[in-house]
Design a binder for this molecule. Structure first.
Ligand code: HEC
Ligand code: HEC
Length: 349
């Protein structure tokens, strides 16, 4: 009798451990000892970054993870990628309107979330970078962010026995260079896939939405879908939503990159996945909460001539409708993603 109940307890413990493993990990990307298996999320479009010549491996991924969390990437070893990109905020920076870099320098822009990057055609708020592997060069060398030079970074890594070993395991030789740094980082950030929010489970018929959330989804589809296209909640385009230029920051968006007049105040349509966690909002973090964002669209006080006319249909949204849309937006929060320990600081887990 005694041994029977012992067995029951033992199998219960085993079951809980097993359950825990499943709950905390995104089922669409599996790391075994030898391999990284990425399953294409159902309903998602074709990826842009196909990991060509950079197939993720367990050792490549873990190297990228160490690099992402290591302040060694900055000149005075004070700032890591993760300092600005916080896991619990879907890798945005909660509560900071503008990024904070080396020597407490305040940057010009709001830190965006990092998620579903392999589906993005371009990066940064105005699309200045168009390859995932090239993206980290910008923060590493930006004097306001990490202010480091690549040759110096490589020397520091070459002097570090732990990194010599990690590079050797990931790339099977002892040469450490910037190409490998960038590839490892792309393996790590490229696998930050968010597709297990309540919205996703609703679409997969695994969960339900409340009537308020469902009303919000319908309003979203008629008012926002044009730009924040499902299932990524961005159509990868650049748009002007009638925000007035901040005269201190003077960030006029994509025009600075292309020189095309009609690109004035155009910014990348951000994904709204995990938007509940990524406040404040917009390229300069000017709105503190979702109510302020909705009020901007609903008020219709658009300040630039070339604003995208599709936002006119949002003008006049009433209070109930705003509440419904916000309730829907919160179903995009994906705890499986933000709690996934495989994206945590490797020195902690
Ligand atoms: C000082 C804060 C800071 C640091 C450090 C930092 N970032 Fe960022 N990151 C930002 C900001 C701000 C942006 C948006 C920049 C822009 O639009 O000009 C950004 C953009 C990005 C994007 C593009 C997201 C998108 O979808 O457009 C990725 C990917 C990214 N960072 C990865 C990294 C990696 C990898 C590192 C470390 C090598 C890093 N970041 C270091 C602040 C930071
Ligand atoms: C014409 C295209 C367009 C439409 C329609 C549109 N948006 Fe946006 N949205 C954008 C762009 C572009 C930005 C970024 C602007 C910036 O930073 O300057 C943005 C930003 C946001 C943000 C801030 C996200 C962040 O991470 O900072 C939220 C929230 C948002 N939109 C919600 C909505 C909702 C809800 C609707 C419908 C009621 C909607 N949008 C309709 C283009 C659009």
């Amino acid at each position: 009798m005694k041994s029977k109940s012992f067995l029951v307890i033992l199998s219960l413990i085993g079951f809980i451990i097993l359950l825990n493993g499943f709950v905390s990990e995104n089922p669409y990307f599996i790391i075994t000892k030898k391999d990284v298996e990425v399953q294409h999320p159902k309903g998602f479009p074709k990826v842009v970054y196909e990991f060509n010549n950079n197939k993720p491996t367990p050792d490549g991924f873990i190297l990228g993870r160490y690099l992402f969390y290591d302040p060694i990437l900055s000149k005075d070893s004070s700032i890591s990628c993760a300092f600005c990109h916080q896991r619990f905020a879907a890798f945005a920076h909660i509560d900071h309107a503008l990024s904070h870099g080396i020597n407490s320098l305040i940057g010009k822009r709001n830190v965006p979330a990092i998620q579903n990057e392999i589906w993005q055609k371009s990066f940064m708020w105005e699309g200045a970078v168009n390859h995932l592997e090239m993206q980290p060069l910008a923060p590493i060398t930006n004097p306001m962010e990490m202010n480091e030079e690549l040759p110096h970074l490589i020397t520091k890594l070459q002097r570090n026995p732990a990194y010599i070993q990690r590079f050797q395991r990931a790339f099977h030789d002892t040469i450490i260079n910037s190409e490998k740094v960038l590839k490892a980082l792309a393996q790590f950030t490229g696998l930050m896939i968010s597709n297990n929010s309540r919205y996703d489970r609703f679409i997969r018929h695994e969960d339900t939405l409340t009537s308020m959330e469902f009303a919000g989804l319908n309003l979203f589809r008629s008012h926002c879908e044009n730009c924040h296209k499902e299932p990524l909640f961005t159509d990868n385009s650049f748009r002007n939503i009638g925000l007035v230029l901040d005269t201190l920051l003077k960030d006029s968006g994509r025009i600075a990159l292309t020189g095309i007049v009609s690109d004035y105040m155009k910014f990348k349509v951000p994904s709204l996945r995990n938007v509940e966690l990524t406040y404040p909002y917009m390229h300069d973090g000017r709105f503190r909460n979702l109510e302020q964002v909705l009020n901007h669209y609903a008020k219709g006080d658009f300040r630039t001539d070339n604003f995208d006319k599709s936002i006119l249909r949002i003008v006049g949204l009433n209070e109930t409708e705003k509440i419904q849309i916000i309730a829907f937006l919160k179903t995009l929060t994906d705890k499986t993603f933000t709690y996934d320990r495989r994206f945590a600081d490797p020195t902690l887990y």
